[in-house]
Design a protein around this ligand. Sequence first.
Ligand code: CA
Length: 355
Amino acid sequence: MLIRDNKKIPGLTKPQPFQLFPPLLCLLICSFIVFANLVTVAPIKGALTNISAVAKHGQLSINNGQLLNQYLKAVSLAGPSLYWSNNDWAGEEFYKQEVINNISQQWQASIVRAAMGADNKGSYLTHPEDNLKRVETVIEAAIENGLYIIVDWHSHHAENYTAQAIQFFQYIAKKYGHLPNIIYEIYNEPLQDTDWHSVIKPYSLKVISAIRAIDRNNIILVGSQSWSQDVDISAEDPITAFSNLAYTLHFYAGTHKDELRAKAQIALDSGLALFVSEWGTVAANGNGSVDYQETEKWLAFMRKNQLSHCSWSLSKKEEGASIFKPKASIVGPWSDKELTENGLYLKKIISNWGY
Ligand code: CA
């Protein structure tokens, strides 16, 4: 506009001060408008803004062993895991909209995990409607809050119920698989003597194939032998027929140390994508005190390798791994006084992780 206006005045080689004023004013106003817009919409680092994780990162994928966002940039997500969803256990009351609102708004989490009890007392197999309702409540709350949500078939014997797992995941994929929020975790923790090659891998192939018939792209998490620790064994014989797969690495800092990080490093070096869908600061049995020193080593490892993680667990059960004290409010908002020592530490880790 400035150039065209000058050309209208023949012989003028240098604009006079009074002629410069309107264009300069316009430039000033335009700059102000552009700057004001940038201030309100510019994406700053996740935890510092109100932009939700899913609004920022969108559809996830995996390439070369790394979780990527919609712009194919590496992303690392952090949040808590719910406790087993089973009727009359210690976690079902936390499968609530308000809980998801709080972990999103108070804790700035980017992900949450729904640990649906698959095959124990009070589980999906014995009480399908109750457990499905809990899972769907938190899925829908996660969608509303722009959180990623892991839908976890929380079992130690999933291969015994393959048909039921397929039916469940096909239902979830049909209803929610078009949304970027959903991450499928098809086998929480196979036991130590459950063989990867002959049991876990064949089970995984069947369930992944059933999900992929409906949802071609969302991330699927695959369990490994020995409570999802032997990712080095999975790395020797990975699943190659499908894409956007990650392998779950579970650790409890009070029990699992350098030796498990070495296994994880072998898997990473071989190009496997790892996803820490469950971890704790305490011992593997859920008890004991917070191991700060070892947790910090794990946090550094996850940060360095840009791993995503969900910590155990949103529960009031009287054990070291619980986030809440027995008299804490379920719906919150939660004051620090309602959190256990572990809960306070996890809140700090999650809310400072960024996304
Ligand atoms: Ca999809």
